[in-house]
Design a protein around this ligand. Structure first.
Ligand SMILES: Nc1nc2c(c(=O)[nH]1)N[C@H]1C(S)=C(S)[C@@H](COP(=O)(O)OP(=O)(O)OC[C@H]3O[C@@H](n4cnc5c(=O)[nH]c(N)nc54)[C@H](O)[C@@H]3O)O[C@H]1N2
Ligand SMILES: Nc1nc2c(c(=O)[nH]1)N[C@H]1C(S)=C(S)[C@@H](COP(=O)(O)OP(=O)(O)OC[C@H]3O[C@@H](n4cnc5c(=O)[nH]c(N)nc54)[C@H](O)[C@@H]3O)O[C@H]1N2
Ligand code: SF4
Ligand SMILES: [Mo]
Length: 740
C-alpha cells in the first residue's frame, strides 16, 4: 500500500523552505566572538580552510584562514554563507514521528530509536536480513562513513548499503582503478602551476570547484595553455586557448581522435609505454579508425578542433588533465574516463612535477567517504567485499566471524528499484536526499512511498524525509568532529565548533546508540569520533587507502596529510606514481581500449532535444542546505532552462518565458535563459530544486554497467512554451497531480 508523502507547509510554501538571512547589523551582537575556530568548509570537495566565529554556542560568522595552503583564505559564495545553517529556523531540533493523516509530531529519543530498532528487526525477521537497506552519503566525515559501513554489516547485518557517491564519483573511481590501480587524484593541485597545457573535460570549474579556477589562472599566467571540453561555454571556457563544444556523450570521439593524431605525429612516449604500461597495442589499434573526420562525427565538433587539441596536448613537456561529472555522469561514464586517462599515460606525463591527472572530486568528503567501506561492494581501506583476504582482515578488526560479513549488495539505483518492486521493505538513510537527486524522480518517489518503514537522519527536513516514519535530528559538520579527505587526497580535520542545538545529536552518537539497541553495543562502544578514527587507522592499514600513519595531531601540525600514509614516520603521498610505478601488482599502468557507444536514450522526432543537467555556483546538490540561505537564494532563486537563441527562436520562446521540458518520464516547468553559450541542440537545467522544478523528473534511470552511475547528463526531451505555473503546480509536482 503506497503512502502519500507528508505535506509540510514549509516545503510547499511559496518559494520553498524558509530562508535565513544575516540580521541587520550582523550577528556578532556585542563585543568580540567567544571563539574563532580553524576548520573547513562543509560543502564541496575543495574543502577550503575557513575560520568560524562563535558567540553563545552559535556560529555567527567567519574569517578567512590564510595559512591553509590549499585556498590561502579564498572562499566562494557558498563558503562565506555556510555559517547561516546552525541557527536556522528550519533546523531539526527533536526527533519526529509520522502520524498518519496528521503529519509529524515530536517524540523522545527513546521512542524514536526504540521504534527504529524494533522495525529493523521486524522487517528482517519477516522478509530476510537484506530486506532492510541503509543509504549513506559522502558529505559524512571519514569516521562516520567508516561507522556506517560497519553499522550495516555488523549491527543491521544487511548486504544492502550504498551511498550517494554512487551518483558522483564511481565512474572516475572505476577508471582510475582499472588503469592506475588506485582511486585518487594522482597529483596535488600545486602541480597544476607548472603544467604547460591543461585539459579540462566536463567540469564547470568556475562554478563547481571555484578555488581550482585560481590554480588555472595562475598556471595561465605562467604560460599554460588551457583546453576546455563542454557542451556549454562555461565561465572559464570564455577565455581559454581552445574551447570544444562537444555534443553531450561525444567525448570518446575527442579523446580517441586526439590519440590518433598523436600517434600519427609521433607525440607519444614509446619509452615510457614500454617500461611502465601494458595494453598499448589494443589502444593503438582501436584509435586507428578515429581519424579526425570520424571522431568529429561522434564529438559533434569540427575535425580541425580535434587536430588543434592534439597539437596543444601532444608535444607539451608537462601537462595536467582534469575531469568531472560532465564525462562521468553517463551510461558509458567509465569508458569516457578511460579514454581520457589513456591520453595521459600515452604521453608519459604522470608522476612528475607538473605532470598529472585528477578527477575533481565533488562532495565535501567525496574522496574519503569512498574508501571507508560504505559502498555496496567495499570494505574499509578501499578493500573488496568479495576478496577472502580482505574479508578476513576486516573481520579481525571488527571482532566478528568472517562468514558473518554480508557479501556484495545492491548499488543505489538498483536498491531503489528493489524498494519499488517490494524486495526491500525498510530503509535507514543518512546524508542522502534521493527524492531530489536520483534520476527518474517520479519512479523514485513512488518507491519511497512503498516502504513499510523508513527512518532518516538529517539536520533539515529534506524532501525525502516527507516519506519517513521517523526523523532523527543529526549534526551539521560544525556540530561534530572528524576528518575528511579533500579532492587532492589530503586528509584534514573538521573541528567541533558548537554543540548541536536543541535535542539534536551528533550523527555518530545516533548510530552507536542504534547499534546498541540492535544488540551490537560492544562493537560500537566508541566514546568519541577520535576513537572511531583510531579504529579506522587500523582497518585501513595494508589497504590501498592506507591511513595508518595519520593522526589528528599530525593533521593539525602539517595542514593535512596525503594518503597513502602507512606508518607514523611516513611523510604521506601528495604525488602518486613517482618513477612510473603504478598501483597494480605488476607496477604498470594498464591501458584500456574503448570504443564510443550511444547514450541509453538518444533524441528522436518526438523528443528532439538533449537535456543535460548540473549545477550553478550558489546552490549545492539537492539544495536542502543552500535553498535555505538568503544570499544564495537571491543569487539564483529558481532553476532556468538554458537554451541557444536559435533554438529559442524556433520554439517561439523569449528569455524569461516559462517553458515545459518534457521527457518520456516526466516534466518540469521553469523559465528560459536564452544564452549563446550552449549548443543549439542541447538544453541545460540545474538540478538543485525539488518537485515540479526538478530536473530529475525528466532524467533517465540508465546506469553504467561497471560503475552503476546514472546517466544524468543525457536524456531526450521536447521543449514547449508554457503558461506560468500556479504555485501549487510549481511546488507540488507530479505526485500532487500537477505536472506528470
Ligand atoms: N556550486 C556548486 N559546486 C559544487 C556542487 C554543487 O552542487 N554546487 N556539487 C559538488 C559536487 S558533489 C560535484 S559532483 C561537483 C560537480 O562538478 P562539475 O562536474 O563541474 O559540475 P556539473 O554541473 O555537474 O557538470 C559539469 C559540466 O559538464 C558539462 N557536460 C554535460 N554533458 C557533457 C558531456 O557529455 N561532455 C562534457 N565534456 N561535458 C558535459 C555541463 O555542461 C557542465 O558544465 O561539484 C561540486 N561543487
Ligand atoms: N539531474 C542530476 N542529478 C544529480 C546530479 C546531476 O548532476 N544532475 N548530480 C549527482 C551528484 S554528483 C551528487 S553528489 C548527488 C547528491 O545527492 P544528494 O544525496 O541528494 O546530496 P545532498 O543534497 O547533499 O543530500 C544530502 C542530504 O544530507 C544532508 N546532510 C549533509 N551533510 C550531512 C551530515 O553531515 N550529516 C547528516 N546527518 N546529514 C547531512 C543534507 O541536509 C541533505 O538533505 O546528486 C546527484 N544527482
Ligand atoms: S570552493 Fe567548495 S570548499 Fe571552498 S568555499 Fe566554495 S564550496 Fe566551500
Ligand atoms: Mo557529486
Amino acid at each position: 500500500m503506497a503512502r502519500p508523502p507528508v505535506d509540510i507547509p514549509s516545503l510547499v510554501a511559496a518559494w520553498g523552505p524558509h530562508v535565513n538571512r544575516v540580521p541587520a547589523g550582523g550577528w556578532t551582537t556585542e563585543g568580540e566572538p567567544d571563539r574563532v575556530v580553524q576548520t573547513h568548509c562543509c560543502f564541496c570537495g575543495q574543502q577550503c580552510g575557513i575560520q568560524l566565529k562563535v558567540k553563545h554556542n552559535q556560529v555567527v560568522g567567519f574569517e578567512p584562514w590564510e595559512d591553509f595552503p590549499f585556498n590561502r583564505g579564498k572562499l566562494c559564495p557558498k563558503g562565506v554563507r555556510r555559517y547561516l545553517q546552525n541557527g536556522h529556523p528550519d533546523r531539526l531540533l527533536e526527533p519526529l514521528e509520522r502520524v498518519d493523516g496528521r503529519g509529524f509530531q515530536p517524540v523522545t529519543w527513546e521512542a524514536a530509536l526504540g521504534r527504529t530498532a524494533a522495525e529493523i528487526r521486524r522487517i528482517q525477521a519477516q522478509y530476510g536480513p537484506d530486506a532492510f537497506a541503509v543509504l549513506t552519503g559522502a558529505s559524512l566525515t571519514n569516521e562516520k562513513a567508516y561507522l556506517m559501513g560497519k553499522f550495516a554489516r555488523v549491527a543491521v547485518r544487511t548486504a544492502n548499503i550504498d551511498y550517494n557517491g554512487r551518483l558522483c564519483m564511481v565512474s572516475a573511481a572505476a577508471a582510475s582503478k582499472k588503469i592506475f590501480g588506485i582511486d585518487r587524484a594522482a597529483n596535488p593541485w600545486s602541480d597544476l602551476l607548472s603544467a604547460e597545457v591543461i585539459l579540462v573535460a566536463g567540469a564547470n570549474v568556475a562554478e563547481c570547484a571555484p578555488i581550482t579556477t585560481d590554480y588555472l589562472w595562475e598556471a595561465r599566467e605562467r604560460g599554460a595553455r588551457i583546453i576546455v571540453i563542454d557542451p556549454r561555454m562555461t565561465p572559464i571556457a570564455r577565455t581559454v586557448d581552445l574551447f570544444m563544444p562537444v555534443r553531450p556523450g561525444g567525448d570518446i570521439g575527442i579523446f580517441n581522435g586526439m590519440l590518433h593524431v598523436m600517434i600519427e605525429r609521433g607525440w607519444i612516449d614509446r619509452a615510457f609505454i614500454d617500461a611502465h604500461t601494458t595494453g598499448w597495442p589494443a589502444v593503438a589499434e582501436t584509435v586507428a579508425k578515429y581519424t579526425p573526420e570520424y571522431a568529429s562525427r561522434i564529438a559533434g565538433v569540427p575535425a580541425s578542433l580535434i587536430v588543434k587539441a592534439a597539437e596543444l596536448w601532444g608535444p607539451a613537456r608537462t601537462s595536467f588533465l582534469l575531469h568531472a561529472r560532465g564525462i562521468e555522469h553517463h551510461s558509458k561514464g567509465v569508458d569516457n574516463c578511460l579514454a581520457a586517462i589513456n591520453l595521459v599515460v600515452a604521453s608519459g606525463r604522470i608522476g612528475r612535477e607538473g605532470c598529472g591527472y585528477a578527477m575533481i572530486t565533488g562532495q565535501g568528503n567525496g574522496q574519503g567517504a569512498r574508501e571507508q567501506g560504505q559502498k555496496c561492494d567495499q570494505l574499509p581501506g578501499a578493500r573488496d567485499v568479495e576478496n577472502p583476504e580482505h574479508r578476513h582482515y576486516i573481520a579481525g578488526v571488527w571482532g566478528v566471524p568472517e562468514s558473518s560479513i554480508p557479501h556484495k549488495g545492491l548499488s543505489a539505483v538498483p536498491l531503489l528499484e528493489a524498494i519499488h518492486d517490494g524486495r526491500i521493505k525498510g530503509l535507514l538513510s543518512i546524508c542522502f536526499n534521493p527524492a531530489v537527486s536520483l534520476p527518474d524522480g517520479h519512479f523514485i518517489r513512488e518507491a519511497l512511498g512503498r516502504l513499510e518503514f523508513y527512518a532518516g537522519i538529517d539536520f533539515f527536513l529534506s524532501e525525502t524525509m516527507r516519506y519517513a516514519d521517523v526523523v532523527l535530528p543529526g549534526s551539521l559538520m560544525e556540530e561534530d568532529e572528524g576528518t575528511t579527505t579533500s579532492a587532492e587526497g589530503r586528509v584534514i580535520h573538521h573541528k567541533k565548533v558548537v554543540d548541536p542545538p536543541g535535542a539534536a545529536r551528533e550523527d555518530w552518537r545516533i548510530i552507536c546508540d542504534l547499534a546498541a539497541r540492535l544488540g551490537a553495543g560492544d562493537k560500537f562502544a566508541f566514546r568519541s569520533p577520535r576513537e572511531i578514527f583510531e579504529e579506522l587507522r587500523v582497518a585501513s592499514h595494508g589497504g590501498v587507502a592506507d591511513y595508518h600513519g595519520i593522526t589528528w595531531d599530525r593533521i593539525d601540525r602539517e595542514h593535512g596529510v596525503f594518503w597513502p600514509c602507512p606508518e607514523p614516520d611516513h611523510p604521506g603521498t601528495p604525488r602518486l606514481y613517482e618513477g612510473g610505478r603504478f598501483g597494480h601488482p605488476d607496477g604498470r599502468a594498464h591501458f584500456q581500449a574503448v570504443e564510443w557507444r550511444p547514450a541509453a536514450e538518444e533524441t528522436d522526432d518526438a523528443y528532439p532535444i538533449v537535456l543535460t543537467t548540473g549545477r550553478v555556483v550558489s546552490q549545492y546538490l539537492s539544495g536542502t542546505q543552500t535553498r535555505r540561505i538568503g544570499a544564495l537564494v537571491d543569487q539564483y532563486p529558481e532553476p532556468r532552462c538554458e537554451m541557444h537563441p536559435r533554438l529559442a527562436a524556433s520554439l517561439g520562446v523569449a528569455d524569461g518565458d516559462f517553458v515545459r521540458v518534457e521527457s518520456r518520464r516526466g516534466a518540469l516547468v521553469v523559465r528560459a535563459l536564452v544564452v549563446k553559450t550552449i549548443r543549439p541542440d542541447t538544453v541545460f537545467v540545474p538540478y538543485h530544486w525539488p518537485l515540479g522544478r526538478s530536473a530529475n523528473n525528466c532524467t533517465v534511470r540508465a546506469i553504467d554497467p561497471v560503475s552503476h552511475i546514472p546517466e544524468f547528463k543525457i536524456c531526450a526531451v521536447r521543449v514547449t512554451k508554457a503558461p506560468p505555473p500556479d504555485d501549487a503546480e510549481a511546488h507540488l509536482g507530479p505526485e500532487a497531480g500537477g505536472l506528470a
